[in-house]
Design a protein around this ligand. Structure first.
Ligand code: F3S
Length: 400
């Protein structure tokens, strides 16, 4: 691999042992992917921070990095962890789990990561088209490539930490324009409202199922809302090795990329396949409705608050996972208190998939997220149904 003078001196240990080790690891991975050089990254987003998913092995890895006095070199954010760092007791989290989780958080903050604890880092710092990132959360990676036109692969948690320390990543995969060209065209037959995030989430599940990997193309796009694309990219990244889609009117490089694509294989999806996944209504009372996967943004929460405006108290528990950033904004607007008075519970820093609280408390769940529909049964052995986002108010406010 070609290395600059600066990279060679890092590799030779002139900038310390941990930087040399971090760069060596990134180069090794890059070489296995035939990368010819490294690129500078402007923002790293680390995933794999929940004690539930990384366990003691992950904790030991982070401890070893911190013990060598490492510090992040570029702006670096953190994915959700396994509990709300302020209200973990209310979630029923055990002391033992909390201790380990707090230790992980203490360590990554020592490295200099921003205490964001969210899977929506693009709401904190908006990526620019064409800039290189090293992000490790599949839903955020999908948004970075598809919606913002930034360049990132889906990195593993340890690599994101090493990349943050040197501010570099290997130039392979989606860092190269030629690998961003669509590989298959998706055609949706029949009428369905793809701007509803639940339905676009279901679309992500089906696209992932049908094509498994590659870069789907959507011409004559009906996935027009930010919320719909956020939900779609999360779901398609969960059920497939798909870190980018090319969407007419959305993806900044659209025109350039379809010129390079030429004639593509076409995969048809019938609107009825989506209707089978997203039921228009449910005829039972769930234990809980979970919202905020990816973490809920202001728009979604405002939309939900309008849906339940005539409802004094909700009669099905609703838990919304969101970021500290959005939670603070809701607080400033007075909306947090208004919704809490109606019975809505907010959790920040974490989410139902990466926290143990779901399996401790619930069996029968309703969601509005394709990614949750995919992961919750696999991670927590629970029953999950998905309803249209625009109908969730009816589910939580109906008479028993
Ligand atoms: Fe985010 Fe957790 Fe869903 S990390 S995308 S809310 S699984």
């Amino acid at each position: 691999m070609f290395l600059t003078k600066e990279e060679e001196s890092i590799l030779n240990g002139a900038h310390g042992e941990i930087k040399a080790l971090a760069l060596k690891t990134i180069i090794k991975i890059g070489e296995s992917l035939n990368a010819e050089r490294l690129v500078d990254v402007s923002h790293v987003h680390a995933s794999g921070l929940s004690y539930l998913t990384i366990g003691d092995a992950g904790l030991v890895f982070i401890e070893s990095v911190v013990s060598k006095n490492a510090k992040v070199k570029v702006f670096s954010t953190l994915n959700p962890v396994g509990m709300d760092l302020d209200d973990w007791k209310k979630m029923g989290i055990s002391e033992d789990f909390a201790e380990k989780q707090k230790r992980i958080v203490e360590l990554v903050l020592k490295l200099g990561f921003d205490p964001t604890f969210t899977c929506t880092p693009y709401l904190i710092r908006k990526p620019f088209p064409g800039e290189h990132l090293a992000w490790g959360e599949s839903s955020a990676v999908g948004m970075a490539n598809t919606y913002y036109g930034a360049y990132t692969n889906r990195e593993g948690g340890p690599i994101t930490i090493l990349s943050a320390i040197v501010g570099k990543i290997y130039e392979a995969g989606l860092h190269l324009k030629e690998n961003r060209v669509p590989t298959v065209e998706i055609i949706i037959d029949g009428e369905i409202d793809l701007t509803d995030p639940s339905i676009s989430g279901a679309l992500g599940i089906i696209v992932g199922e049908k094509i498994k990997s590659g870069i789907p193309l959507f011409k004559r796009n009906r996935l027009t809302s930010f919320e719909a694309i956020k939900s779609y990219t999360a779901a398609v990244g969960a059920n497939g090795d798909i870190a980018m889609s090319v969407i007419d009117g959305i993806t900044p490089e659209y025109k350039d990329l379809i010129k390079k694509a030429g004639e593509l294989e076409k995969v048809h999806i019938d609107a009825n396949e989506l209707k089978e996944i997203v039921k228009d209504s449910i005829d039972y009372i769930p234990d809980v409705v979970l919202m905020g996967c990816p973490h809920a943004d202001l728009e979604e929460i405002l939309n939900f608050s309008i849906q339940i405006k005539d409802c004094k108290k909700i009669n099905v528990p609703v838990i919304i996972s969101t970021s500290r950033y959005v939670s603070n904004k809701l607080n400033e607007m007075g909306l947090l208190q208004q919704l809490e008075e109606k019975g809505v519970i907010f959790i920040k820093d974490t989410c139902p998939v990466v926290s143990p609280f779901v399996s401790l408390k619930f069996k029968n769940i309703v969601t509005v997220s394709g990614k949750s529909l995919f992961y919750l049964p696999r991670m927590h052995d629970v029953k999950v149904a998905i309803v249209p986002f625009n109908k969730v108010g009816e589910v939580v406010c109906r008479k028993k």
